[in-house]
Ligand binder design. Structure first.
Ligand code: NI
Length: 269
């Protein structure tokens, strides 16, 4: 039984770290949660994937493959894992991450659950270069970030995060489903300059933060250990855009995940 003291945060950014985030669009810190919590959360994480939590309603699926039944996933993902394991909220990670989100985006920022991306040992696929906002509703404007938390050491070999410094100032660039295959949920950016990319290896218990337009990627898992990442989200309420921006790459998608989600809602739209 793991029962952390969640009454107050135990980690704060320095003014220099806050400035670094706003200048570069990302930040890396070595400690956001204690190691006994990492071990506890890893067990919760493994249980959710083993149980295929959320698969029937489209919340668990293969991010980088075609996601057919009975086929081994190359990059399994769970959306909204705290729906399936509410105990995730009672953690130092949530307390500290919420505090840091407020430091980076202000006290009006909301903080909450996100998703889990699992890279199996040896077979886990890369997550290609992309901007998170490319997945979202194109009619809204966002001031938001993601908190990326590995539940073991994250290395270049097992699939740590990479960022392009300063890319958060870009507009959303053109994307497509990986390889142009509309059955695949994951997007890849087209024509981005990633020449200045930096790798952000982390110890267990560390975290990175990145903005919704920051170009980022993770490599394949070439190691003998699974790479588990839990990604939390923070942001100000999104506001309607004055233009009619469209993301054709999302309109084109025909994924098995969306078919399951529609079936579970009982709709045929
Ligand atoms: Ni992303």
């Amino acid at each position: 039984m793991y029962t952390p003291d969640v009454s107050q945060p135990t980690v704060s950014l320095t003014p220099e770290q806050v400035a670094f985030y706003h200048e570069n669009g990302y930040l890396s810190i070595p400690n956001i949660m204690p190691l006994d919590e990492v071990a506890w959360m890893r067990d919760v994480y493994d249980r959710l994937f083993a149980e295929q939590a959320g698969r029937a309603v489209g919340d668990q699926f293969d991010l980088a493959g075609t996601d057919e039944e009975g086929q081994a996933a190359v990059l399994p993902q769970i959306l909204g894992p705290a729906k399936y394991a509410p105990e995730l909220r009672d953690s130092k990670l949530w307390v500290n991450a919420a505090h840091i989100v407020h430091q980076l985006l202000g006290q009006d920022a909301l903080f909450g659950d996100g998703h889990m991306i699992f890279k199996p040992a040896r077979t886990g696929a890369e997550t290609p270069w992309h901007q998170d906002e490319a997945y979202w509703d194109p009619t809204l404007d966002y001031t938001s970030l993601s908190v990326w938390v590995p539940l073991q050491e994250a290395t270049v070999e097992n699939g740590c995060m990479w960022f392009v410094p300063g890319s958060h100032h870009l507009e959303v660039l053109p994307h497509q489903s990986i390889g142009g295959d509309v059955r695949i949920h994951a997007l890849e950016v087209l024509g981005a300059d990633i020449g200045s990319a930096v790798a952000c290896p982390l110890p267990a218990g560390g975290a990175t933060f990145h903005g919704s337009r920051t170009l980022h990627a993770t490599g394949p898992n070439r190691s003998d250990v699974p790479r588990r990442a839990y990604i939390l989200s923070g942001g100000l309420p999104a506001v309607p855009r004055p233009d009619d921006r469209r993301f054709q790459w999302n309109e084109a998608k025909q994924t098995a995940r969306e078919a399951r989600a529609k079936a579970s809602r009982g709709s045929s739209d």
